[in-house]
Write a protein that binds this ligand. Structure first.
Ligand code: IPE
Length: 268
């Protein structure tokens, strides 16, 4: 069995500048690529058991609502409720588009079982994900709110959920799709000298960390650096794991599911 975790980044599937605005075409393009990959593998008998755990970010849904309601403030439970609902609204859209494209996704609400302590995810029920995978369904999770033992509330990002599930489900690869086609030395939208980093290993990471940390804007920094740190830790622990950061485009997703895509390859 070959299991792949695939994330549709919030910055790719929503318009980050407009509140609660999805990009249905980007979502549909991804859904079609995933549909074909599952068909193709089955048809050619290359890998009839390609299994996919799908995840997506929150972009201008959860992030906007969190800001608007003051998410994280002590006892601000209204913010907890509103942010969770907003994340779910995007999930409803993603679910429906994938079903229209004949990908049998099953949405699983992370906050129903996720728990964090000091912001770190320490519990999340994986049994229904495993059962869904066993039935050739495509379980679908997303960045969500979480009750936190010390802070009251925190965010369970898709990246954190993937990192938590990796030791349990042992994927052979993790694919992150983003608004740009990989990890750059600086924010490519703002800096014309930004260069795509093709490969990152635990050895090269220390040097790269300084670049990525310095160069990216406030919003991107947490996201990219956090993703990178988690990814490097994962490939250190699981040397056979391949992690790719690619553009959220059908053609790129197709090649990432089958071989080696363009973008950034993180490996041991
Ligand atoms: C964020 O999740 C979740 C909320 C703000 C509720 P992610 O970290 O997975 O989402 P993106 O990719 O940054 O949008």
């Amino acid at each position: 069995m070959s299991l792949v975790f695939l994330k549709l980044g919030g910055s790719a599937i929503t318009d980050k500048t407009r509140q609660a605005t999805a990009k249905p075409d980007v979502i549909r393009d991804a859904a079609r690529a995933i549909f074909s990959a599952r068909e193709h593998f089955a048809g050619e008998m290359k890998n009839p058991e390609l299994k996919i755990l799908l995840g997506h970010g929150s972009g201008s849904f959860g992030h906007f609502t969190a800001k608007k309601f003051g998410y994280g403030e002590k006892e601000n439970w209204r913010a907890y409720a509103e942010t969770g609902a907003s994340a779910q609204r995007l999930n409803r859209l993603v679910t429906d588009i994938f079903l229209e494209e004949n990908v049998p996704v099953v949405s699983i609400q992370p906050s129903a079982s996720a728990r964090t302590r000091d912001g770190e995810l320490y519990a999340f029920d994986s049994t229904n994900i495993q059962t869904a995978l066993g039935h050739e369904l495509v379980p679908l999770i997303y960045g969500d709110v979480a009750f936190d033992d010390t802070r009251g509330m925190a965010i369970a990002s898709t990246d954190a959920l993937f990192a938590y599930l990796a030791p349990i489900l042992k994927p052979s690869r993790i694919i992150y799709t983003t608004a740009v086609n990989g990890i750059y030395t600086a924010d490519p939208n703002k800096n014309p000298d930004a260069q795509l980093i093709r490969e990152i290993t635990p050895q090269s990471f220390e040097q790269i960390r300084a670049h990525v940390g310095e160069a990216h804007g406030v919003d991107v920094t947490g996201g990219m650096l956090d993703k990178l740190e988690r990814s490097v830790r994962l490939v250190e622990t699981f040397p056979r794991l391949d992690i790719f950061v690619i553009a959220a485009q059908g053609a790129q997703i197709t090649s990432a599911l089958a071989s080696f895509p363009n973008g950034t390859h993180i490996h041991s």
